[in-house]
Design a binder for this molecule. Sequence first.
Ligand SMILES: NC(=O)C1=CN([C@@H]2O[C@H](COP(=O)(O)OP(=O)(O)OC[C@H]3O[C@@H](n4cnc5c(N)ncnc54)[C@H](OP(=O)(O)O)[C@@H]3O)[C@@H](O)[C@H]2O)C=CC1
Ligand SMILES: O=C(O)C1=N[C@H](C(=O)O)C[C@H](O)C1
Length: 267
Amino acid sequence: MTRVAITGAAGRMGKVLVEAVDAADDLSLGAAIVHPDSSLVGADAGEVAGIGRAGVKLAARVDDVVDDFDVLVEFTFPDLTLSNLEACREHGKSAVIGTTGLTDAEKAQVARAAESIPVVFAPNMSVGVNLLLNLLRTAATAMGDDADVEVIEAHHRHKKDAPSGTALRLGEVVADALGRELSECAVYGREGFTGERPRNQIGFETIRAGDIVGEHTVLFAAMGERIEISHKASSRMTFARGAIRAASWLADRPVGLYDMQDVLDLK
Ligand SMILES: NC(=O)C1=CN([C@@H]2O[C@H](COP(=O)(O)OP(=O)(O)OC[C@H]3O[C@@H](n4cnc5c(N)ncnc54)[C@H](OP(=O)(O)O)[C@@H]3O)[C@@H](O)[C@H]2O)C=CC1
Ligand SMILES: O=C(O)C1=N[C@H](C(=O)O)C[C@H](O)C1
C-alpha cells in the first residue's frame, strides 16, 4: 500500500484529493498538511474534506511527517511546491506536482529535483486534456501555417495564475508541431490599435469568472473553415483521480521527470 501525503489539504484541490485517496484501493492517506498558521492544524483531514474521520491529523509542515508517506501530492503555490519538493529530495520521497504558474527557472528546479527522485509534473491531470494534446498535434500538423491559432481558457474567480498552466502547455504543443518557439510567437490578450494579426502568432485569451472549474479551447481558423478543440472539466475530482493514478503509477518507477502522458501511456 503506497502512503500519500497531501499538501494544501484544506484547499480546493486538497479536499478532493483527500477524498480520492480515501476511495483508492491501493493508496492510503499517510499525512495531510495545511498552512502552518491555519486554525485547522491538528483537525482530522477527512472531516475537513467532508468525508468523515480519516484518522490523519492535519500537520503544519512536510518535515514533521516525512516518516508517514511515500509520495507527496502537491497542488499549492510555486514557492511552496519547490520547498516541499526539496524536502522530498532530502528524504528520498516521490512527488506528484499539479501546481501551475511556475516560471521557467522554477520548472528547471523541478527538473533538477527529478534527477534524484521520481516526479510526475503536469499542469492538468485529466485524461481528457492529455488526450487532447495528441489531437492537437494532429490538427496543428494538418492545418499547418494556413490557420490562425488561438488558445482560450476560463477558470473560477479565485485562480491566481494566468494563462492557466494547461493553456500554456496546449500552446507549447501547437508551437512545437508547427516548428515555432512559443516564447517568440505568443501574444497574451490584445488591446488598442494592434494592427493586423501576424500569421504566426499564437494568441491566449483568459476568462476569470464565478465557479468555472476549468475550460480550454484551441481554435484553428483558416479561410473558409475553422476547427475548435475543447475540453471542459465540470468537477475537480477529474484532476484528483488523475493525480492519485499518478501517485500509484510512481510507486515502482525509477528516478526521473514524468508527465501525465507518461502515466496514461499516451506518448
Ligand atoms: N494539475 C492539475 O490538474 C490542476 C492544477 N491545479 C493547480 O493547483 C494549485 C492549487 O489550486 P487550488 O486547490 O484551487 O488552490 P487553493 O488556494 O484552494 O489551495 C492551495 C492551498 O495551499 C494552502 N497553503 C498556502 N500556504 C501554505 C503553506 N505554507 N503550507 C501548507 N499549505 C499552504 C492554502 O491554504 P490557505 O488558503 O490557508 O493559505 C490553500 O488551502 C494551483 O496552482 C492550480 O492551478 C488545480 C487544479 C488541477
Ligand atoms: O487553478 C485551477 O483551478 C486549475 N488549474 C490548472 C491550470 O492552470 O491549467 C488546471 C485546471 O484547469 C484547473
